[in-house]
Design a protein around this ligand. Structure first.
Ligand code: ZN
Length: 113
């Protein structure tokens, strides 16, 4: 699935998106500053921990060995999972906001929670 500019809807080529996802880039159509939305990896982390405990509980490791093995497995699964997500997933784009935000919000517009 092709990426779209969130501002004008023009298709964005994958080559346009910088490898360093934190760097903003320009839409070739409307010149808006865009950036890749940071992924939420909480779900992946939970899966990693659960999987690691399940794996390491099987050989009946005890105490420190179990904890160390679980941490090592968690890290491995998490890093591997993050890599797979970054390779297979389509990056989501959003309009890049400058760090210092102008404080000219209209009074009747409130951020939705
Ligand atoms: Zn655009």
């Amino acid at each position: 699935m092709a990426n779209q500019c969130p501002v004008c809807g023009a298709p964005i080529q994958p080559e346009m998106i910088p490898a360093t996802r934190t760097i903003s880039f320009e839409c070739s159509n409307c010149r808006s500053r865009l950036q890749v939305v940071k992924r939420d990896r909480t779900g992946l982390f939970v899966v990693s921990v659960t999987l690691s405990i399940a794996i390491n509980i099987l050989p009946h490791n005890e105490g420190v060995v179990f904890i160390l093995a679980t941490i090592a497995t968690t890290l491995t699964v998490f890093v591997l999972g993050s890599f797979l997500l970054s390779v297979t997933g389509t990056p989501k784009l959003e309009r890049s906001r400058p760090k210092a935000r102008p404080v000219h919000l209209p009074r009747n517009v409130r951020p939705a929670h």
